[in-house]
Design a protein around this ligand. Structure first.
Ligand code: UDP
Ligand code: MG
Length: 313
């Protein structure tokens, strides 16, 4: 019987301090999997340090190592997306270069879950060592907001670290949308999903390559590509404005009839401004609902994904 193959996809951005250790640890663990062949795809996301040089040296001596190198930094999600285009394995593991997701236990344990028939096995962080309180808090807020806003449930405390079946990767590769928010798509795509809990370690060396700016970009990609709910906020705001103006109007009328208080001439003006602001927001909202539909269509996600067909050619 032909051996099954495991593919690792590892993005790297200024990781010269971890390249060698990463390769060594990953390779020795893959070699232990005698039942499987393997390949490792490193994606150099435009690092200008020694990352690429070190990777090339590794690839010279090990034909299982493949390298995709970007012309400049396009970001983590783009790097993983690119790596997925070149996989030839049956089971694909996406992991970070910094060994925060230790390959020792994970690869064999996740593979076991895959052999049992699970198709998306996502790493769920039980604990996160060595990460700042700020990162933990913002991560928590992000998943809360994302799940409140988006239409698919995106499990919290999961990153992109996961093992997926080849057919899932093939489906992801057919999606034409740009700015892929992968962990959202892997959740949206369905198939047999399974959480795999693990302890997230500290970075092996170097610093996080996710400064606040990149985190915000990731967060906005996540929210905007999975939700048009922010557009609805415009409508709600418009409704609130109109409601306030009506209350003001009633107040003015009651006052005018009963002659309770002297009201200056600015009251009707404020009321009118509030009312017409509300009207404008409502019309903007109507337009934005159409834009939302256009946006949904433009992502060209399939309406459904068929997993099996029986008695159908
Ligand atoms: N990364 C990348 N491009 C970027 C930023 C990060 O390819 O623009 C890679 C990085 O080399 C690492 C992974 O994405 O392999 C996760 O980054 P990092 O460990 O810095 O993020 P954190 O674990 O701090 O969230
Ligand atoms: Mg990391």
């Amino acid at each position: 019987m032909e051996k099954k193959k495991v593919t690792l996809v590892i993005p790297m951005y200024y990781e010269e301090k971890v390249v060698e250790e990463c390769y060594k640890r990953v390779k020795s663990n893959l070699e232990k999997l005698t039942k499987y062949e393997h390949e490792i795809i490193f994606v150099n996301d435009g690092s200008k340090d020694k990352t690429l040089e070190l990777l090339e040296k590794i690839a010279e001596n090990d034909k299982c190592v493949k390298i995709v190198s970007f012309s400049r930094n396009f970001g983590h999600q783009a790097a993983v997306t690119a790596g997925l285009q070149y996989v030839t394995g049956d089971a694909i593991v996406i992991m970070d270069a910094d060994l925060q997701d230790p390959p020792e236990l994970l690869i064999p344990d996740m593979l076991k879950l895959w052999e049992e028939g699970n198709e998306v096995i996502y790493g769920k962080r039980k604990s996160r060592d060595g990460e700042s309180a700020f990162k933990l808090l913002t991560a928590k807020m992000f998943y809360k907001t994302l799940n409140a806003l988006s239409d698919v449930e995106i499990p919290k405390d999961t990153g992109d670290f996961r093992l997926v079946d080849r057919k899932v990767v093939d489906t992801i590769n057919t999606l034409p949308e740009h700015n892929k928010f992968l962990r959202g798509l892997f959740s949206w795509i369905g198939y047999k999903q399974k959480a795999f809990e693990y302890e997230r370690k500290e970075r092996f060396a170097g610093e996080t390559k996710y400064p606040l700016k990149k985190m915000l970009k990731l967060a906005s990609d996540g929210i905007i590509s999975f939700s048009t709910k922010p557009l609805k906020l415009i409508g709600i705001l418009g409704g609130v404005c109109i409601a306030i103006s009506l209350i003001l109007l009633i107040y003015i009328i009651v006052n005018a009839i009963g002659k309770f208080n002297y009201l200056s001439v600015s009251w009707p003006i404020i009321t009118a401004i509030t009312f017409f602001s509300g009207v404008q927001l409502m019309t903007t909202w109507i337009i934005s609902e159409y834009i939302g539909r256009i946006y949904d269509e433009s992502k060209k996600r399939p309406q459904y994904i068929v997993d099996k067909k029986i008695n159908i050619e």
